[in-house]
Design a protein around this ligand. Structure first.
Ligand code: IPE
Ligand code: IPE
Ligand code: MG
Length: 240
């Protein structure tokens, strides 16, 4: 079996997180405005989601907009907000028909009331679907998520000796989802950029120079093949 091929007999990741980076550079390399890159990047989600479902991945978390991305030029931020709104409008029927369960990880506060309603509507409508979970990290920050969890835990009157890792996990936006087994970053950088800070503690990390709009089915399969070759020790000593 070639090293870059998925081995159907070996375990595939249950949950993959993707840092979809490189839209701007993709556009720039074609002499296009950054917005064209975001449009192409948004379109690419469908083919990667389809392939992930074919590979029996249970959860795909995509990093769509970080709490830091608000600092980008206002025109770009507005464009990104419009894109997510349009995507929900155009894709929801199809996603629902294909059994995709949509989840949102991130803060709704700070997002327009209209978009908040759209997101909540998409989550509610698809909550019983079970082909694959598409968890959209939107207005998401790993640190903000931990702060929100702590704040909620305190508000619930939790005693200090009742705080456990499991309790924290259950107060994150991703409550109920398995931790990611693999984090993929496109666009060639080697950093987490505030993505799944808590949950990725033992995720396998995979970075590719491929820019997000070019990351296709084959690239996803190549990443899964690399995952299958990794030795996950979780701090233990391997049996000899
Ligand atoms: C990722 O692409 C999309 C978002 C952060 C919303 P970028 O917009 O960061 O693209 P580059 O990194 O500038 O190429
Ligand atoms: C991470 O990409 C955020 C998303 C993909 C949504 P960025 O382009 O914002 O991250 P940095 O600036 O390279 O760390
Ligand atoms: Mg970037």
């Amino acid at each position: 079996m070639a090293a870059d091929q998925v081995n159907e007999e070996r375990e595939t990741p249950r949950h993959i997180g993707i840092i979809m980076d490189g839209n701007g550079r993709w556009a720039k390399s074609r002499g296009l405005p950054r917005m064209a890159g975001h449009r192409a990047g948004t379109k690419n989600i469908r083919r990667v989601l389809r392939e992930a479902a074919d590979l029996n991945i249970e959860v795909l978390t995509i990093y769509a907009f970080s709490t830091e991305n608000w600092g980008r030029p206002q025109a770009e931020v507005s464009h990104l907000m419009r894109l997510i709104s349009q995507s929900i409008r155009n894709e929801l029927d199809d996603l629902d028909a294909n059994g995709v369960q949509i989840r949102h990880s991130g803060r709704l506060a700070g997002v327009s009331k209209y978009l908040q309603k759209q997101i909540q509507g998409a989550v509610e409508r698809t909550k019983n679907n079970n082909k694959i979970v598409l968890n959209v990290a939107f207005n998401y920050g790993g640190r903000a998520e931990i702060v929100d969890a702590i704040s909620q835990i305190i508000a619930e009157g939790t005693k200090s000796d009742e705080v456990t890792e499991d309790l924290v996990s259950r107060h994150l936006y991703t409550a109920g989802l398995p931790d990611p087994d693999m984090i993929i970053r496109t666009g060639g950088e080697y950093r987490l950029s505030n993505f799944l800070t808590w949950q990725a503690a033992y995720a396998e990390y995979y970075a590719t120079p491929t820019l997000w709009p070019d990351f296709d089915e084959e690239e996803l399969r190549a990443a899964v093949a690399v995952f299958q070759g990794r030795d996950r020790r979780y701090g233990l000593v391997k049996d000899s």
